[in-house]
Design a protein around this ligand. Structure first.
Ligand code: SF4
Length: 715
């Protein structure tokens, strides 16, 4: 038997795994006791990874060969092709479209599940070779509000805390996160911290009484989207009760005077009413948070997936700065990353408004630095289209070609009717996927088979800035290739057609790609020039920054009170509460929330192949509160039409005490069945995103997937 250390491919906790294999077959997976993210523990998803790699199942669900649709037979099945023909065809179509319509007529929609090396080559291909910033990631649906919040307040997209802070905190404030389900191994760590320290207080703010909320010392069942009011109200109380650190504010921050004026209006009575919570509970939360020696906030999509996501992030960070709950052990605002490598994607700048090494697109010096690293004349300065904008531009015909990599927009994007219309209208849809079973694959004119977990090699970065190696155990099935290899091969074919040199895109290994990325971080806040694959091999996973000369990474940031802003001071942002965009009314009286289940992942392309992961929840449903059901003469199992202003789905009702009256919940995982052929003539239900709102945050451009108004009628 062979044992290979790698990293779990599901969530942003980034647990280390040991993959057991025998004769080219994966026989088991166990937690890596040496990995500092999990110390040997795995959740239900991680511990069944080997089952998802079962060879027989792989043959049924995987994309195995390049496929291409004959343009004279549009609407028919794709035909098997070969890599050289497909790449040559793609390069020709890209070159013609770019010459005719300009570089912004093509776009890339990539994924937080790619490895850093994949992300790097795609970003360089789009921005460096083609000259478009139309490259965005499904991380836009996940962490972009956290990015914008960190950058606006602290000056850089760098989570300041680390997992060890869970052990050291006196108060843990969980907001907009069902940590017990979405980040189970971190939640287990929190449970152990409570066992060791009975005085540790856990406050949970969430519209749903989730399993995480049930275990809290104090649960604040806030109304959907009212987080900014809550945080401003807590800051109001901290000011009133002298729980702020004025010396820290004066020495290390700016902008507090304006914020102080704003939060004056957020009185406990007003905030309790806006948030739908008890005034006494609000006061208790503010006191615990402000009085503790170390308060740590853990937050996720409840803050991010919002039309006010950036303000929510900034308002929470305001609270940490004002009370000096940052830059010390056990304290800080700590965003939990949804996907396994959203962090790595942000590091290489693989989004429409970002640049490599946390540089700024608008900064000419930064663009010049990257152009020099990449050996290109320039990179474009104007931000590209972000996810929602990108599909709308496809629908409008402004973007002609879209290349979708390792993500499933025909299930995961909001307002599915428009997304599917866009995919129908595009002149060319390329889907690069490991799984042939996703809802997006039928729209592909060209299907590129990609390798996946246990087949790939490279790196990922988890929520605490820790870089871990991903290692291969088995060969990719069929003719599947690594994602970075496909991008590299395509770039070398396209470059001569655009009159450019292919030399800058010739890579022999993932390590060569990573080294180029590493060198481009020199002097930046995430400098990893002291790291190498060899050090990761010898010393195990490491946190950034890890500059030249360092012998270890940095556990937590800003302990010296100096922030990566122009003047070294953190910035208070004057945050004002704004209600959700798709509010309830008499016609659509319920507020719909969406989210994860404990044992499933995204659109279930991988987790759906493991039978035992359906033991927890076996089918989709809409969770409703008992009195809401009684008023509508509904009982569990009844089918209902759930309609928003955008679409309708039919689901069974599930009675649940997690919701308050007037609120309902549908898990994100179920979409429609796979239907072969381009488009869907039948009247399919597209899963919960038939209902969700495409309203986006003005700064982060993240859509408001957590709040949509719906009506419910018995089917
Ligand atoms: Fe994998 Fe996340 Fe579970 Fe860890 S907590 S085993 S990274 S799914």
């Amino acid at each position: 038997m062979t044992e290979t250390k790698s990293t779990c491919c599901y969530c942003g906790v980034g647990c280390g795994v040991v993959i057991e294999s025998d004769g080219g077959q994966i026989t088991g997976v166990r937690g890596d006791t040496d990995h500092p993210a999990n110390f040997g523990r795995l959740c239900s998803k991680g511990s069944t990874l080997h089952l998802s790699a079962d060879a027989k199942i792989q043959q049924q669900v995987r994309a195995l060969y390049p496929e291409m649709r004959d343009p004279t037979m549009r609407g028919e099945l794709r035909l098997r092709s070969d890599w050289d023909s497909v790449i040559a065809s793609m390069a020709g179509k890209f070159a013609n479209t770019i010459k005719t319509h300009g570089p912004d007529s093509v776009a890339f929609y990539i994924s937080g599940q790619l490895l850093t090396e994949d992300y790097y080559v795609f970003n360089k291909l789009a921005k460096g070779l083609i000259g478009t910033n139309n490259i965005d990631s499904n991380s836009r649906l996940c962490m972009s509000s956290a990015v914008a919040g960190y950058k606006q307040t602290l000056g850089a997209d760098a989570p300041p805390a680390c997992y060890e802070d869970i052990d050291l905190a006196e108060v843990i404030f969980i907001v907009g996160s069902n940590t017990a389900y979405a980040h189970p191994i971190l939640y287990r760590r929190l449970e152990q911290a409570r066992e060791k320290n009975p005085n540790l207080k856990v406050i949970v703010a969430d519209p749903r009484r989730t399993d995480t909320a049930r275990e809290a010392d104090l649960f604040l069942p806030i109304l959907p989207g009212t987080d900014v009011a809550l945080f401003n109200g807590m800051l109001h109380l901290c000011l009133w009760e002298d729980l702020i650190d004025l010396a820290y504010i004066q020495e290390h921050t700016e902008g507090f005077t304006e914020l102080k004026q704003t939060v004056r209006d957020y009185t406990p009575a007003a905030v309790a009413k806006t948030c739908g919570i008890k005034e006494a509970d609000l006061v208790q939360a503010a006191r615990w948070f402000g009085q503790s020696k170390a308060s740590l906030s853990l937050y996720c999509q409840g803050l991010n997936q919002s039309s006010a996501g950036t303000a929510k992030n900034a308002a929470l960070i305001n609270l940490h700065l004002a009370t000096h709950q940052i830059g010390k052990p056990g304290a800080g605002p700590f965003s939990l990353t949804g996907q396994p490598n959203a962090m790595g994607g942000r590091e290489v700048g693989g989004m429409a408004n970002l640049m490599s090494g946390h540089r700024d697109l608008a900064n000419a010096e930064h663009r010049a630095e990257i152009s020099a690293y990449w050996g290109v004349d320039d990179v474009p300065s104007a931000p590209g289209k972000t996810a929602v904008e990108m599909f709308e531009a496809v629908r409008q015909g402004d973007i002609k070609i879209i290349w979708i990599v390792c993500t499933n927009p025909a299930q995961s994007m909001p307002e599915q009717n428009l997304i599917r219309e866009a995919l129908q209208k595009a002149e060319l849809v390329i889907v690069q996927e490991a799984y042939a079973s996703t809802a997006t694959v039928p729209y592909a004119d060209i299907l590129l088979p990609a390798s996946t977990w246990a087949e790939k090699t490279g790196t990922v970065t988890n929520s605490e800035r820790r870089i871990s190696r991903v290692r291969p155990v088995i060969p990719a099935p069929g003719e599947a290739k690594h994602d970075w290899q496909i991008a590299s091969q395509f770039a070398q074919a396209l470059a001569p057609l655009l009159g450019k040199s292919p030399a800058n895109f010739k890579y022999d290994s993932d390590e060569q790609v990573w080294n180029e990325h590493r060198d481009s971080t020199r002097g930046r806040d995430l400098d990893i020039t002291g790291l190498s694959y060899a050090i990761l091999e010898q010393q195990g996973p490491q946190q950034w920054p890890y500059p030249t000369g360092a012998s270890t990474g940095k556990q937590r940031l800003y302990e010296d009170g100096i922030f990566p802003t122009a003047n070294g001071r953190a910035r208070f942002i004057n945050t004002v509460y704004q209600p959700v965009k798709d509010g309830v009314d008499a016609r659509y009286p319920f507020s719909l929330n969406t989210g994860r289940l404990r044992d499933q992942w995204h659109g279930m392309s991988r987790s759906g192949t493991v039978a035992q992961l359906f033991a927890h929840v076996s089918e989709p449903g809409i969770c409703m509160e008992a009195s809401d059901m009684q008023r509508r003469f509904l009982k569990s199992g009844d089918l209902v039409h759930v309609s928003s202003r955008r679409g309708t789905v039919i689901l069974p009702v599930v009675e649940s005490d997690e919701q308050r009256a007037g609120q309902v919940f549908i898990a994100m995982h179920w979409g429609e069945e796979y239907v072969s052929g381009r488009g869907h003539a039948h009247n399919a239900s597209y899963g919960v995103n038939a209902l969700t709102s495409p309203a986006i945050d003005p700064s982060s451009k993240q859509p408001e997937l957590k709040a949509a108004a719906v009506k419910i009628l018995k089917a």
